[in-house]
Design a protein around this ligand. Structure first.
Ligand code: SAM
Length: 233
Protein backbone atom coordinates (compact mmCIF):
# COMPACT_ATOMS: atom_id res chain seq x y z
CA UNK A 1 0.00 0.00 0.00
CA UNK A 2 1.23 3.52 -0.78
CA UNK A 3 1.44 5.91 2.14
CA UNK A 4 -1.83 7.88 2.30
CA UNK A 5 -2.08 10.95 4.56
CA UNK A 6 -0.75 9.83 7.95
CA UNK A 7 -0.57 6.15 6.88
CA UNK A 8 2.94 4.84 6.22
CA UNK A 9 3.62 2.72 3.12
CA UNK A 10 3.51 -1.03 3.86
CA UNK A 11 7.27 -1.60 3.76
CA UNK A 12 7.83 1.10 6.37
CA UNK A 13 4.72 0.44 8.49
CA UNK A 14 6.34 -1.81 11.11
CA UNK A 15 9.15 0.61 12.00
CA UNK A 16 6.97 3.66 11.69
CA UNK A 17 4.35 2.20 14.09
CA UNK A 18 6.99 1.03 16.57
CA UNK A 19 8.69 4.44 16.67
CA UNK A 20 5.33 6.18 16.99
CA UNK A 21 4.37 4.14 20.09
CA UNK A 22 7.80 4.67 21.60
CA UNK A 23 7.22 8.42 21.21
CA UNK A 24 3.74 8.57 22.69
CA UNK A 25 4.30 6.01 25.47
CA UNK A 26 4.76 8.52 28.34
CA UNK A 27 1.34 10.10 27.71
CA UNK A 28 -0.45 7.04 26.24
CA UNK A 29 -2.60 6.06 29.26
CA UNK A 30 -3.66 9.61 30.09
CA UNK A 31 -4.61 10.30 26.46
CA UNK A 32 -6.72 7.12 26.29
CA UNK A 33 -8.64 8.03 29.44
CA UNK A 34 -9.14 11.58 28.22
CA UNK A 35 -10.19 10.76 24.64
CA UNK A 36 -12.69 8.06 25.70
CA UNK A 37 -13.85 9.71 28.95
CA UNK A 38 -12.55 6.63 30.79
CA UNK A 39 -14.66 4.22 28.71
CA UNK A 40 -11.55 2.45 27.41
CA UNK A 41 -11.05 0.67 30.74
CA UNK A 42 -14.71 -0.36 30.88
CA UNK A 43 -14.35 -1.78 27.34
CA UNK A 44 -11.23 -3.71 28.36
CA UNK A 45 -13.17 -5.29 31.25
CA UNK A 46 -15.94 -6.20 28.83
CA UNK A 47 -13.40 -7.89 26.55
CA UNK A 48 -12.24 -10.04 29.49
CA UNK A 49 -15.86 -10.80 30.44
CA UNK A 50 -16.68 -11.76 26.84
CA UNK A 51 -14.30 -14.72 26.99
CA UNK A 52 -14.59 -15.36 30.74
CA UNK A 53 -10.95 -14.79 31.67
CA UNK A 54 -10.28 -16.28 35.09
CA UNK A 55 -8.01 -18.38 37.28
CA UNK A 56 -6.61 -21.34 35.39
CA UNK A 57 -6.14 -19.33 32.19
CA UNK A 58 -2.80 -18.68 30.58
CA UNK A 59 -3.50 -15.43 28.76
CA UNK A 60 -1.44 -13.89 25.99
CA UNK A 61 -1.91 -10.10 25.92
CA UNK A 62 -0.75 -9.44 22.38
CA UNK A 63 0.50 -5.91 21.64
CA UNK A 64 0.06 -5.20 25.35
CA UNK A 65 1.30 -1.61 25.30
CA UNK A 66 1.48 -0.27 28.84
CA UNK A 67 -0.28 -3.35 30.21
CA UNK A 68 -3.91 -2.34 30.84
CA UNK A 69 -5.37 -5.68 29.68
CA UNK A 70 -2.57 -7.67 31.32
CA UNK A 71 -3.25 -5.95 34.65
CA UNK A 72 -6.99 -6.70 34.47
CA UNK A 73 -6.34 -10.35 33.52
CA UNK A 74 -3.86 -10.76 36.41
CA UNK A 75 -6.45 -9.29 38.79
CA UNK A 76 -8.78 -12.13 37.73
CA UNK A 77 -6.22 -14.73 38.70
CA UNK A 78 -4.93 -15.57 35.22
CA UNK A 79 -1.28 -16.22 34.44
CA UNK A 80 -0.36 -13.58 31.87
CA UNK A 81 2.31 -13.31 29.19
CA UNK A 82 2.30 -9.86 27.61
CA UNK A 83 4.10 -9.06 24.37
CA UNK A 84 4.80 -5.80 22.57
CA UNK A 85 7.51 -4.63 20.19
CA UNK A 86 7.76 -1.03 21.47
CA UNK A 87 10.35 -0.73 24.22
CA UNK A 88 8.93 2.49 25.74
CA UNK A 89 5.40 1.04 25.96
CA UNK A 90 6.86 -1.98 27.79
CA UNK A 91 8.85 0.34 30.05
CA UNK A 92 5.53 1.99 31.00
CA UNK A 93 4.07 -1.46 31.74
CA UNK A 94 7.03 -2.48 33.89
CA UNK A 95 6.69 0.67 36.01
CA UNK A 96 3.24 -0.58 37.06
CA UNK A 97 4.55 -3.76 38.74
CA UNK A 98 1.93 -5.92 37.06
CA UNK A 99 2.54 -9.59 37.94
CA UNK A 100 2.76 -10.67 34.28
CA UNK A 101 5.72 -11.80 32.16
CA UNK A 102 6.52 -9.01 29.68
CA UNK A 103 8.39 -9.82 26.47
CA UNK A 104 9.60 -7.56 23.68
CA UNK A 105 8.73 -9.28 20.40
CA UNK A 106 6.88 -8.88 17.13
CA UNK A 107 3.32 -10.18 17.09
CA UNK A 108 4.04 -11.93 13.80
CA UNK A 109 6.87 -14.04 15.33
CA UNK A 110 6.01 -14.79 18.96
CA UNK A 111 8.66 -16.42 21.17
CA UNK A 112 6.04 -18.86 22.52
CA UNK A 113 5.46 -22.57 22.02
CA UNK A 114 2.55 -23.91 19.95
CA UNK A 115 -0.69 -24.12 21.96
CA UNK A 116 0.82 -22.40 25.01
CA UNK A 117 -2.06 -19.99 25.75
CA UNK A 118 -5.65 -20.80 26.70
CA UNK A 119 -6.83 -17.29 25.83
CA UNK A 120 -5.60 -14.30 23.86
CA UNK A 121 -6.42 -10.63 24.27
CA UNK A 122 -5.48 -7.95 21.78
CA UNK A 123 -6.50 -4.36 22.49
CA UNK A 124 -6.56 -1.60 19.87
CA UNK A 125 -3.71 -3.16 17.92
CA UNK A 126 -5.08 -5.02 14.88
CA UNK A 127 -4.83 -1.85 12.77
CA UNK A 128 -1.16 -1.66 13.50
CA UNK A 129 -0.07 -5.07 12.22
CA UNK A 130 1.55 -5.15 8.78
CA UNK A 131 -0.34 -8.30 7.75
CA UNK A 132 -3.53 -9.42 9.49
CA UNK A 133 -3.47 -12.93 7.90
CA UNK A 134 0.09 -13.43 9.26
CA UNK A 135 -0.92 -12.13 12.69
CA UNK A 136 -4.00 -14.40 12.79
CA UNK A 137 -1.91 -17.43 11.77
CA UNK A 138 0.52 -16.70 14.61
CA UNK A 139 -2.34 -16.27 17.09
CA UNK A 140 -3.77 -19.64 15.98
CA UNK A 141 -0.37 -21.26 16.47
CA UNK A 142 0.10 -20.12 20.08
CA UNK A 143 -3.52 -20.71 21.17
CA UNK A 144 -4.39 -24.20 22.40
CA UNK A 145 -7.32 -25.97 20.71
CA UNK A 146 -10.60 -24.43 21.99
CA UNK A 147 -8.59 -21.40 23.18
CA UNK A 148 -10.59 -18.17 23.16
CA UNK A 149 -9.64 -14.77 21.82
CA UNK A 150 -11.06 -11.28 22.27
CA UNK A 151 -10.03 -8.31 20.16
CA UNK A 152 -10.96 -4.83 21.28
CA UNK A 153 -10.85 -2.29 18.47
CA UNK A 154 -12.11 1.08 17.37
CA UNK A 155 -14.95 1.09 14.84
CA UNK A 156 -17.20 3.48 13.00
CA UNK A 157 -21.00 3.57 13.55
CA UNK A 158 -23.10 2.19 10.69
CA UNK A 159 -25.98 4.66 10.61
CA UNK A 160 -25.22 7.80 8.59
CA UNK A 161 -26.15 10.41 11.25
CA UNK A 162 -24.18 8.64 13.97
CA UNK A 163 -21.28 8.11 11.59
CA UNK A 164 -21.21 11.84 10.78
CA UNK A 165 -21.33 12.78 14.46
CA UNK A 166 -18.65 10.25 15.32
CA UNK A 167 -16.48 11.53 12.47
CA UNK A 168 -16.64 15.09 13.83
CA UNK A 169 -15.09 13.81 17.04
CA UNK A 170 -12.82 11.04 15.80
CA UNK A 171 -11.54 12.57 12.54
CA UNK A 172 -11.44 16.22 13.59
CA UNK A 173 -11.36 16.72 17.35
CA UNK A 174 -9.11 13.74 18.25
CA UNK A 175 -6.22 14.73 15.92
CA UNK A 176 -6.36 18.31 17.27
CA UNK A 177 -6.44 17.25 20.90
CA UNK A 178 -3.66 14.74 20.19
CA UNK A 179 -1.50 17.36 18.46
CA UNK A 180 -2.00 19.75 21.35
CA UNK A 181 -1.46 17.30 24.20
CA UNK A 182 0.77 14.58 22.77
CA UNK A 183 1.98 13.95 19.20
CA UNK A 184 0.56 15.41 15.97
CA UNK A 185 1.54 12.55 13.64
CA UNK A 186 0.34 9.79 15.99
CA UNK A 187 -3.11 11.28 16.52
CA UNK A 188 -3.48 12.04 12.80
CA UNK A 189 -2.64 8.35 12.17
CA UNK A 190 -5.22 7.12 14.74
CA UNK A 191 -8.46 7.82 12.78
CA UNK A 192 -6.83 7.11 9.41
CA UNK A 193 -5.60 3.71 10.58
CA UNK A 194 -9.19 2.38 10.61
CA UNK A 195 -8.57 1.98 6.85
CA UNK A 196 -6.43 -1.04 7.78
CA UNK A 197 -9.42 -2.80 9.38
CA UNK A 198 -11.23 -4.94 6.81
CA UNK A 199 -15.04 -4.97 6.79
CA UNK A 200 -16.60 -7.55 9.13
CA UNK A 201 -17.22 -10.30 6.50
CA UNK A 202 -13.62 -10.07 5.27
CA UNK A 203 -12.24 -10.04 8.81
CA UNK A 204 -14.32 -13.12 9.69
CA UNK A 205 -13.22 -14.89 6.51
CA UNK A 206 -9.55 -14.28 7.39
CA UNK A 207 -10.11 -15.50 10.95
CA UNK A 208 -11.89 -18.63 9.72
CA UNK A 209 -9.04 -19.28 7.28
CA UNK A 210 -6.55 -19.06 10.18
CA UNK A 211 -8.54 -21.67 12.15
CA UNK A 212 -11.04 -19.75 14.27
CA UNK A 213 -14.76 -20.38 14.65
CA UNK A 214 -17.81 -19.07 16.58
CA UNK A 215 -16.87 -15.55 15.57
CA UNK A 216 -18.91 -12.79 17.10
CA UNK A 217 -18.78 -9.01 16.97
CA UNK A 218 -20.23 -6.89 19.79
CA UNK A 219 -20.56 -3.17 19.09
CA UNK A 220 -19.70 -0.75 21.90
CA UNK A 221 -20.91 2.84 22.31
CA UNK A 222 -23.28 2.76 19.30
CA UNK A 223 -20.56 1.32 17.08
CA UNK A 224 -17.64 3.58 18.03
CA UNK A 225 -15.74 0.52 19.23
CA UNK A 226 -16.10 -3.24 18.97
CA UNK A 227 -15.19 -6.52 20.61
CA UNK A 228 -14.61 -9.50 18.31
CA UNK A 229 -14.47 -12.93 19.95
CA UNK A 230 -13.94 -16.46 18.71
CA UNK A 231 -12.54 -19.90 19.43
CA UNK A 232 -9.53 -21.77 18.10
CA UNK A 233 -10.82 -24.90 16.36
C1 SAM B 1 -2.92 1.28 20.54
S1 SAM B 1 -1.68 0.39 21.39
C2 SAM B 1 -2.63 -0.73 22.38
C3 SAM B 1 -1.96 -1.13 23.65
C4 SAM B 1 -2.80 -1.97 24.60
N1 SAM B 1 -3.15 -3.24 24.01
C5 SAM B 1 -4.03 -1.24 25.06
O1 SAM B 1 -5.08 -1.87 25.17
O2 SAM B 1 -3.91 -0.04 25.38
C6 SAM B 1 -1.06 -0.69 20.14
C7 SAM B 1 0.14 -1.45 20.60
O3 SAM B 1 0.45 -2.43 19.59
C8 SAM B 1 1.85 -2.57 19.56
N2 SAM B 1 2.19 -3.22 18.29
C9 SAM B 1 1.85 -2.82 17.05
N3 SAM B 1 2.31 -3.67 16.13
C10 SAM B 1 2.95 -4.66 16.80
C11 SAM B 1 3.63 -5.83 16.40
N4 SAM B 1 3.77 -6.15 15.11
N5 SAM B 1 4.17 -6.62 17.34
C12 SAM B 1 4.07 -6.28 18.67
N6 SAM B 1 3.43 -5.18 19.11
C13 SAM B 1 2.87 -4.37 18.19
C14 SAM B 1 2.37 -1.15 19.70
O4 SAM B 1 3.71 -1.09 20.10
C15 SAM B 1 1.40 -0.62 20.77
O5 SAM B 1 1.93 -0.78 22.07
Amino acid sequence: MEGVGALPPTERKRESVRRMFDRIAPRYDRMNRLLTGGLDQRWRRRALDAIAIGPGDTVLDLACGTGDLAELACARGARVIAVDFAREMLRGALRRHIPAVFLQADGAALPLADGSASALLCGFALRNFVSLPDAFAEMARVLAPAGRFAFLEVDRPRSAPLRALHSLYFDRAVPRLGAWLSDRAAYAYLPQSTAYLPPEPELCAELAKAGFERLRKTPLLLGAAQIVTGLRT
